[in-house]
Design a protein around this ligand. Structure first.
Ligand SMILES: [Fe+2]
Ligand SMILES: [Fe+2]
Length: 340
């Protein structure tokens, strides 16, 4: 902070050092973003106002309760990091003196993600009668195995947050948007599936609302890409390719199954999770089966590829779901920015 007083030495103050958080300007260039902002105001919803009166936790066995709570916990590993992730991105849009509607759109994403996180918390607390899946005492054998999984997921999520904090200042907004887009495509995909398959009214409605939010978030990223990618820097293209591969590895944990070379997880993790999912499905909680997950994830990635191909950005190889492309091998959590 500059302590020295200048006002008595010059008529006008000196130029302000950048980046500085104050834009003090409200430029409007991208009409699409203004429309998305308006939609975000119309579509605001409140997790507390869902039809909770129709939800009776006692119709589920303890095994089912712990299995469904585990799925919400897995989701929270991604969704509970989203409010601070987007709050950091929101600050970056102010520092970059982004147009007014971009700043508001990122504000709306932060608010939406807070809702999604709140929803995770409400579901977990109702099922477990405890507000914290890590300190909860499991009641069944499956519950114990799933809690061990949850602890390892949380350990990985914490590593990711440290990487994100150092990555955000390093990258341009253009690179960040491609990572965000990957997360939003993944999120929109999973919530539409869950909304279609779930039988519990309160979850069905929550998933429908969350899916709609994620669709808007996707729209924000696409509008920004359309605005910025035709003139994107050459070095940013290569970074985007790498970030998409990182996004695949990171988001596979919730969309598909976690790739073991990237995630730090015990050998029984996948079996525990599969067993939990089988029990959750038996209770009407429609987690897609292995092949369906794989197909859905592949389709989502191909949609992203379609968006990036327009701007001649090389797409990474994702052999896990049968997509060929540029080989990307050196992905680690220290410089990862994918979000959900
Ligand atoms: Fe979300
Ligand atoms: Fe989102």
């Amino acid at each position: 902070m500059r302590k020295e007083k200048l006002a008595h030495t010059m008529e006008f103050p000196p130029a302000i050092e950048q980046p500085n958080v104050y834009p003090l300007s409200w430029h409007q260039h991208t009409k699409k973003l203004e429309e998305i902002w308006d939609a975000s105001r119309r579509e605001v919803w409140d997790p507390k106002k869902l039809p909770w009166d129709t939800f009776d936790v006692n119709k589920y066995t303890w095994e089912q309760r712990e299995a469904i709570a585990y799925w919400w916990t897995l989701l929270s590993v991604f969704d509970a990091s989203a409010p601070p992730v987007f709050a950091a991105a929101l600050i970056k849009t102010y520092e970059a003196h982004e147009e007014d509607a971009v700043r508001r759109c990122f504000f709306s994403v932060t608010q939406d993600e807070q809702n999604h996180e709140q929803m995770c918390g409400m579901a977990i607390t109702k099922f477990l009668e405890h507000p914290d899946p890590i300190t909860y005492t499991p009641k069944t054998e499956l519950g114990k195995r799933l809690q061990k999984n949850a602890k390892w997921l949380y350990h990985n999520g914490a590593r990711y947050w440290a990487g994100y904090k150092t990555a955000v200042p390093k990258y341009s907004l253009a690179v960040l948007f491609s990572s965000f887009l990957m997360g939003e495509i993944a999120a929109a995909t999973i919530f539409h599936q869950m909304a279609a398959g779930c039988t519990e009214p309160v979850f069905k409605e929550a998933f429908r609302n969350i899916g709609k939010d994620e669709g808007r978030h996707m729209g924000i990223c696409l509008a920004l890409m359309e605005r910025d990618y035709p003139k994107i820097a050459v070095e940013d293209r290569a970074l985007i390719t790498k970030q998409i591969r990182a996004g695949y590895l990171f988001l596979s944990a919730v969309l598909f199954e976690p790739p073991m070379e990237f995630w730090d997880l015990p050998a029984d993790f996948i079996q525990n999770q599969r067993d939990g999912e089988t029990v959750a499905r038996s209770a009407g909680f429609a987690i897609p089966e292995y092949e369906a997950k794989k197909n859905n994830w592949r389709t989502a990635i191909l949609n992203l590829k379609g968006a990036l191909d327009k701007y001649d950005i090389p797409f990474p190889a994702i052999p896990e779901v049968g997509i060929t492309g540029e080989e990307v091998s050196d992905v680690d959590l220290d410089d990862i920015i994918p979000v959900f």
